[in-house]
Design a protein around this ligand. Sequence first.
Ligand code: NDP
Length: 298
Amino acid sequence: MTSSTVPSLRVGFVGLGAMGRPMAARLADVFPTKVYNRTTDVALSHQQQYGSVAVADLTDLGDVDVVCSCLPTDVEVAATAQALGPSLAPGTVWVDHTSGAPAGTRDVAAQLAERGVRYLDAPVSGGVDGADAGRLTVMVGGEAEDLEQVRAVLEAVAARIVHVGPIGAGMAVKAVNNAMLAASLWAAGEGLVTLTRAGVEASTALEVINGSSGRSFATEVLLPERALTRDFPLTFGLPLLAKDVGLAGSVTEEAGVDARVLRLVQELTEAAAEELGLDADHVELVRLLERAAGVELT
Ligand code: NDP
């Protein structure tokens, strides 16, 4: 695609949640962008704030060139594809930013392919801040030529775009990445709770750890900015992290790998999500460690 054809791409975006809302805002800056959300008021407020065009019915997205989705799981994507697919023209590309199951994703792709609609799994990392800044990382599964067709759309939301393999590969990388995030949160939480009980303040311990080899995104960003401040803002729900760690479990099983650490992380994260409920942010799993040890990280 030449740069002169890029602005003519018409984009439809489904799912204006914590991630979808800012992503669709970036797209509306560059492309004519229609937005659909299950709760229609959210789409209307997006239109008002960002100049997108809200639609109340999924089939109103039938005339777009690129459909982007950012929904909780591949199950909601499959339902959306079933409702919208028949309205899409052959050659439309569906870019799925959901973190879903590789197997479910391959089913969605096959279902769309029957109508000549192309599919890329394109889950993202970088959180709400990355989405706001248009600086996400996108891991793409699917055909290279489909990726080239929509590269300009991805560039509007991402600083890094990596083609990782065939359909489903993006979802696999995302699941494993998030399982590693959960592992580091649990390990850092346990480490800091232990040091607090041993008489070292968490903030002091982090001064050392963040200049040492034990550091991670959890120690450098998540724990100091969200746990030590006692803010715990809700940006990425703990149930979504538990879902991703569960998906990583399926990926390791399918690959025939005995991933014992990740299995334990899955068990802990699923139990934490159950205990803390639907509205807990992922960093709040640390509260359970604090509670059990009778300390607070400061
Ligand atoms: P949210 O819970 O904030 O938003 C979910 C969106 O999906 C909302 O627009 C919601 O609509 C819609 N939705 C929920 N259920 C249905 C349904 N049954 N049918 C139709 N629409 C539905 O999620 P996030 O934006 O946080 O996450 C979206 C995806 O991105 C997930 O797969 C997540 O794992 C992934 N992700 C999230 C990150 C984050 O930091 N939050 C970072 C990277 C990836 P409604 O407004 O009506 O509820």
